[in-house]
Design a protein around this ligand. Structure first.
Ligand code: SAM
Length: 157
């Protein structure tokens, strides 16, 4: 199974880019992993939030095939412990899907169409993080899940 992480918009902060890259590189040792940044919508600053969210949603769905498992990173989603998330990943890997896509939304979240298409929603906390911060937090959790599945001494509980 391949894992694709879709992210809406570029990261402006070099310190975040650096941290995210570190975990993305590590992830490649555990599973076929690709991270894709969806390009910023032109003139986004002049648009109403609803319009921008809709356009970002269309862009997300263009990158999704019928056979994909689509999982949204969303404050309202299911909360796991790190070990629970590793079990979730194991189930996904055994589940037979060719591609598992995680998506981190833009500053305004996801439009209804994306929620309708999604196979699941995962929350990292009931608190809301910036869409930039979530990249780093999720990349580390995905890496942690992989080390748990491999019985490596990274996670301690
Ligand atoms: C700033 S949040 C969007 C906030 C809010 N949903 C809205 O509509 O304004 C941007 C993105 O970061 C991700 N995100 C933020 N906090 C999260 C959390 N606690 N768990 C999972 N994803 C989160 C989600 O993908 C969300 O779409």
């Amino acid at each position: 199974m391949k894992v694709l992480l879709l992210m809406v918009g570029k990261t402006a902060e070099p310190w975040l880019q650096q941290g995210v890259k570190q975990y993305f590189d590590r992830l490649n040792h555990y599973l076929p992993f690709e991270a894709k940044i969806l390009p910023d919508i032109k003139n986004a600053g002049k648009m109403k939030a609803e319009v921008l969210k809709q356009l970002e949603g269309e862009l997300i769905l263009k990158n999704v095939e019928n056979s994909d498992q689509l999982v949204l990173l969303d404050e309202g989603g299911k909360i796991f412990s790190s070990r629970g998330f590793s079990e979730y990943m194991e189930k996904q890997m055994l589940g037979g899907a060719r591609r598992l896509i995680f998506v981190i939304g833009g500053a305004w979240g996801f439009p209804e169409e994306v929620y309708q298409r999604a196979n699941g929603k995962i929350s990292l906390s009931r608190m809301t993080f910036s869409h930039q911060m979530v990249r780093l937090i999720f990349a580390e959790q995905l890496y942690r899940a992989m080390t748990i599945l491999k019985n490596e001494p990274y996670h301690h509980d």
